[in-house]
Ligand binder design. Structure first.
Ligand SMILES: [Zn+2]
Length: 346
């Protein structure tokens, strides 16, 4: 950004923040058209260059997350996704706009860093779990791929299963390799993806220390049980995080039903909400997958499509407001983007 504009941008941000109260009075009108569902992934104090298990833009620092939740508590009515659906259905008037906080994938840092803050501000969030990654099993395949490539001691790898070769000489070439390998794997059915991952494990020669570290990335069921007792809610996010439209339909059904059964067995209540995995830059749901969810009796499914929850929304294709590290560093920015999204509602 041109240096001349910087002071003005700073001033504009300050102005927005200082006038938050007045802007919120606009927000507090009974909503006519829609509300917000926030989409988070990871909450971690690690610096961007240290984050090996997730793309840094998808991880929010706990300090920033706490500021964001303070804003949510102060200016919105944070509710669970189930209550948000009822609220929209019944068209209730509320003094504040309701808002749902959601987390994708089931990273353990959700328990360590997000949960204490959610409790502090009494915010009931919904966590979408990838059931086969729970309890110290392998993490999401995208997480494992990232970890293996970034931490490999090798300077190049050759993958016959994916017909590619990559140099791993610096961080940039490693990130390029991750992008390319992910694109080659994202449409594979589970058995082929696992064969490819086995080769990547061999080729990258992961150390024992790092393999152990990988097993600590995702939540354990005991964490889920503790969060459940404190009012948190849980939804299904498949068993292994595939791109559902690109795998055989039978496999997609197993992924959906299997994750729901596993979560229900642990939490002792029906799982009615689903989140489409979005592991790569390809469409992450379609009408066929939506029909499967409908037949299975899911009440809602959230997507990674940016936007708000409008009254005429397809409940099996809900849009969300993704919260990303680079764009929401200051409370003013966070509040600005929330308002911008919400103010266009009325
Ligand atoms: Zn996901």
């Amino acid at each position: 950004m041109n240096r001349c504009f910087k002071p003005f941008v700073k001033l504009a941000k300050k102005f927005i923040w200082l006038n938050a109260g007045a802007l919120c009075r606009v927000l507090n009108r009974p909503a006519e058209n829609g509300v917000l569902i926030l989409q988070y992934h990871s909450i971690s104090p690690l610096k961007s260059r240290e984050l090996w298990y997730i793309h840094p833009s998808l991880s929010i620092h706990p300090r920033d997350f706490e500021r964001q939740m303070a804003i949510v508590r102060r200016y919105f009515e944070p509710v669970s996704l189930g209550r948000l659906l009822r609220w929209v259905d019944e068209g209730q008037n509320a003094r504040k706009l309701p808002l749902a906080v959601t987390f994708d994938d089931g990273y353990r840092d959700n328990f360590t860093h997000a949960f204490p803050i959610l409790r502090k501000y009494n915010i009931p969030a919904t966590f979408y779990l990838t059931s086969e990654c729970m309890d110290a099993k392998n993490p999401l395949w995208t997480t494992e791929l990232r970890g293996l490539i970034l931490n490999s001691s090798r300077s190049n790898i050759v993958l016959s299963t994916l017909a590619c070769a990559h140099k791993l000489k610096d961080p940039a070439s490693r990130l390029g390799a991750i992008r390319d390998i992910k694109a080659r794997m994202v449409k594979l059915p589970r058995n082929q993806r696992e064969i490819a991952m086995e080769e990547i494990r061999r080729e990258t020669a992961a150390s024992r220390r790092h393999t152990d570290e990988m097993k600590r990335v995702m939540l354990k069921w005991e964490h889920v049980e503790r969060m459940l007792r404190c009012g948190m809610d849980f939804g299904a996010h498949t068993m292994t995080h595939p791109s559902l439209p690109h795998i055989p339909v039978d496999e997609a059904m197993v992924e959906i039903a299997g994750s729901r059964t596993a979560i229900e067995a642990r939490i002792g209540r029906h799982v009615l909400h689903f989140c489409y995995p979005n592991p790569g830059d390809v469409p992450h749901f379609n009408a066929r997958i939506q029909r499967i969810l409908k037949n299975f009796g899911f009440l809602s499914a959230v997507t990674s499509i940016p936007g708000r929850f409008t009254w005429d929304a397809d409940l099996l294709a809900l849009k969300r407001k993704g919260i990303y590290r680079p764009y929401h560093r200051s409370p003013a920015e966070f509040f600005f983007w929330l308002q911008r999204e919400a103010l266009t509602i009325a």
